[in-house]
Design a protein around this ligand. Structure first.
Ligand SMILES: N[C@@H](CCC(=O)N[C@@H](CS)C(=O)NCC(=O)O)C(=O)O
Length: 277
């Protein structure tokens, strides 16, 4: 594979899984936090999406992982992975925290003018996800479990029974990457599941697996969990001051033009749902 383009923000669990996979396979790729026009026209701001060697953009993290050489994921495993996403709707409890953390997750483009433009434009995707989460909360989609540790019980049993250090054996495979991607998401704007994962006495093997994943990805630049789990590591490099400024200018602009940006969010979200059935 000579050219891989990835679209997505590293706060997304599914984007994280693909980034981890690309990192593990040592595949070179470019990433943008702004969707290419043709992608925006077809799928809105849905992430991750990747284009391999100039081919049309493809969606679905598990398919993208399969495309770069990881194993297929069963529907049962996928459902069990998704169950560990509880708590994610708390990310937008405080708008200052939500927007503040996203202001630090810079677009990675190496060329400064392009990066500034992307940081300006990506504020729209942040508005999209902010409204998306607030709407889900408003519609009563957030359920408070007795313990956020419970969503990891079935995984704890699997971690206790596994032969090698990872579910994939000697090295992480798709299920490790997708599951770890969700943990990166929980840690990118820390929510209650992080405390449960740190302290629940019944999640000893889960914590051991997290440490093994962190050892394996010690040189991965978007490792948000390193702050919370051993072996500890610093958080990802925050955006520079000018990049943050570009992001906030973008945020102010889209809020000033809310009569355009908010209906656009609604149209894109609705169309995405319709297209994906
Ligand atoms: N099944 C997809 C899920 C991707 C997904 O839900 N991405 C979120 C960001 S974390 C998104 O872009 N949502 C936009 C929307 O649903 O309109 C995958 O595994 O890639």
């Amino acid at each position: 594979m000579s050219a891989i383009k990835l679209y997505g923000n590293d706060h997304s669990p599914w984007v994280q899984a693909v980034m981890l996979g690309l990192h593990q396979k040592k595949l070179e790729y470019t990433r943008s936090t702004v969707p290419a026009p043709e992608l925006l026209m077809s799928w809105g701001v849905m992430m991750p999406a990747a284009s391999f060697d100039g081919e049309p953009w493809e969606l679905e993290s598990k398919n993208l992982l399969a495309r770069i050489g990881f194993s297929p994921v069963s529907a049962e495993d996928m459902a069990e992975i998704r169950r560990t996403w509880q708590g994610v709707l708390h990310r937008a409890d405080f708008w200052t925290r939500f927007w503040g953390e996203f202001s630090l997750a810079s677009d990675p483009c190496p060329t400064q003018p392009m990066r500034l433009l992307n940081n300006f434009l990506r504020s729209f995707t942040v508005l999209y996800f902010f409204l998306f989460i607030r709407f889900a909360v408003l519609m009563g989609r957030r359920r408070e479990p007795k313990s956020y540790g419970d969503q990891y019980r079935s995984w704890e049993a699997r971690f206790a029974a596994m032969q090698g250090p990872f579910l994939g054996g000697d090295s992480p495979d798709s299920v490790d990457l997708l599951l770890f991607g969700i943990i990166q998401c929980h840690c990118s704007i820390p929510v209650a599941p992080v405390t449960a994962l740190q302290t629940d006495p019944g999640l000893v093997h889960t914590r051991r697996w997290i440490s093994q994943m962190q050892n394996c990805f010690s040189d991965y630049p978007s490792l948000y969990s390193g702050v919370y789990f051993e072996p500890h590591s610093p958080p990802p490099e925050p955006a520079g001051a000018i990049d943050q400024l570009a992001f906030w200018l973008g945020a102010i602009t889209i809020l000033a033009f809310f009569w355009i940006s908010i209906p656009l969010v609604v149209v894109l979200a609705y169309r995405n749902r319709k297209l994906r059935g």
